[in-house]
Design a binder for this molecule. Structure first.
Ligand code: GDP
Length: 445
């Protein structure tokens, strides 16, 4: 492994820590389960095809640590009859493994290494953007987002009502409560199909995690506050309360999470539901790309900026991973990687020459659809539909190799599949490119 950050206090072996994130439904729990399963079966699967991974004899998962990723639960779900998907990530957890290596007697490389996969909601990562914002900045961003399609239509009239509030006027608790409800609904609706937008800040409104209650200290963006960057408002006014609650959220909730965890990460994996965004079209694609750009912004800062210090200290590898590609025919799976490349071209360019290696992947953690031919010899996929549990055959939409510059691309809907039957912990789960991702993250090169 290229990036050992420190030694484990328990085993004394060098530790590599990898953050794994993505918005809800992107596939974090399933991928982490698949990674542990592949490492447990290191000698039986595709890992042996990679020279950088070939020395791994096996991985052992540790259930006894605090906040352990619930691999037991995930395995039970995937290997039951009928199988179901592991539970989604709703808070942070850590999957810790020790990896035993086969070495020649004269090798100086360690015979044992530790790997920690730090799983957390992508909604929280998006809060990175607001760490640098004042309340006026926050209000300005939301004023712009709410004025544009599709948020304008998702929450008709919300922008006008917020804009009508005088930040210096005394806060009206009833209006605050009803606006907060509409605000939360707007965030949830933006996230869900058919819109599938990514930038739904503050992230903990949708994914609070343990110990955070969005209703305890609510705040709303106030378009009129944009004109008052100094933010001096009378006690108890809309401006004073929203600004104070915003600052509390930024400084006491969002920032400490990054400070306690990010300085220790060696690599970061960001899962994206590109197929979902493609089903929603241009607005979802544009919003997802803007979200990725803002997340990776700290890597572009000059040294000395506190965010750059936080990230730049350790994180040297970032993987952006399109998930669930088993919903596509094999030829389209390969095209999706090129499409991702074309979609994120500017972002990869902007990080070229920086101290971070960015790599794009398209994977399926657990392949749930098999490729077959129909009666006329045309390729199609078969799988089990998730809710009805009926066997289905479908012809997925075809994927172009290039992303149109204006992101004007939309594909037909896809079925949601149940996991395949017959998964066994003692054999590597069927997947695609999980081995390649692991090679990038922990391969010895
Ligand atoms: P999380 O919310 O990011 O933790 O995502 P999960 O791992 O819970 O996955 C969310 C849903 O995506 C699952 O319930 C499955 O329906 C689907 N899913 C995740 N990974 C795969 C995969 O590799 N293949 C397929 N076909 N579906 C997947």
């Amino acid at each position: 492994m290229a990036h050992d950050s420190s030694s484990s206090p328990i085993t004394g072996c060098p530790v590599t820590r990898i953050g794994i994130t993505g918005l809800s439904g992107a596939g974090k729990s399933t991928l982490i389960t698949a990674i542990i399963n592949h490492l447990e079966n290191a000698r039986r699967g595709a890992l042996t095809d990679h020279p950088g991974l070939a020395a791994i004899r096996h991985g052992r998962w540790h259930r006894e640590i605090e906040r352990a990723f619930d691999y037991d639960h995930a395995l039970t779900a995937l290997t039951s009859q009928p199988p179901s998907w592991p539970e989604s990530t709703r808070d942070w957890s850590i999957a810790r493994l020790t990896l035993d290596y086969q070495r020649r007697w004269y090798s100086l490389r360690p015979r044992r290494r530790c790997l920690e996969l730090f799983d957390y909601p992508g909604e929280w990562l998006l809060d990175l953007s607001l760490l640098d914002w004042s309340f006026a900045d926050y209000s300005a961003h939301w004023r712009d987002w709410l004025a544009r399609h599709p948020r304008r239509e998702i929450a008709p009239g919300l922008l006008e009502e917020l804009a009508g509030i005088d930040p210096a006027a005394p806060l009206d608790p009833e209006q605050m409560e009803s606006l907060s409800q509409r605000w939360s609904m707007m965030l949830a609706d933006s996230r869900l199909p058919p819109h599938r937008l990514s930038r739904n800040l503050p992230g903990r409104w949708l994914m609070p995690g343990e110990g955070f209650d969005p209703d305890a200290m609510p705040f709303l963006p106030l378009p009129a506050a944009v004109e008052q960057p100094a933010g001096e408002y009378p006690q108890g006014s809309w401006g004073e309360v929203c600004q104070r609650h915003f600052a509390y959220y930024r400084d006491r909730i969002a920032r400490p999470f990054f400070e306690s965890h990010f300085g220790r990460l060696d690599a970061q994996v960001i899962l994206v539901d590109l197929l979902g965004a493609l089903r929603s079209g241009r607005a979802a694609l544009a919003d997802m790309r803007a979200a990725l750009e803002s997340i990776l912004e700290p890597f572009r800062y000059r040294e000395g900026h506190w965010l750059a210090n936080l990230f730049g200290r350790r994180i040297r590898r970032v993987a952006i991973v399109a998930t669930q590609i088993d919903h596509l025919l094999p030829a389209d799976q390969a095209r999706l990687t090129r499409l991702l490349d074309s979609y994120l071209f500017e972002l990869t360019q902007s990080l070229a020459g920086k101290d971070v290696e960015l790599r794009l992947f398209a994977i399926s953690a657990v392949t749930a659809a098999q490729s077959r031919e129909d009666g006329r010899g045309e390729p199609m996929l078969v799988g089990t539909e998730k809710s009805s549990r009926q066997k289905i055959a479908f012809t997925p939409p075809s994927i172009p190799e290039q992303m149109p510059h204006d992101l004007d691309l939309v594909i037909d809907d896809l079925p949601t599949l149940a996991p395949p039957a017959g998964l066994d912990r003692a054999r590597p789960f069927p997947g695609r490119r999980v081995d390649g991702l692991l090679d990038f993250l922990i391969g010895e090169h």
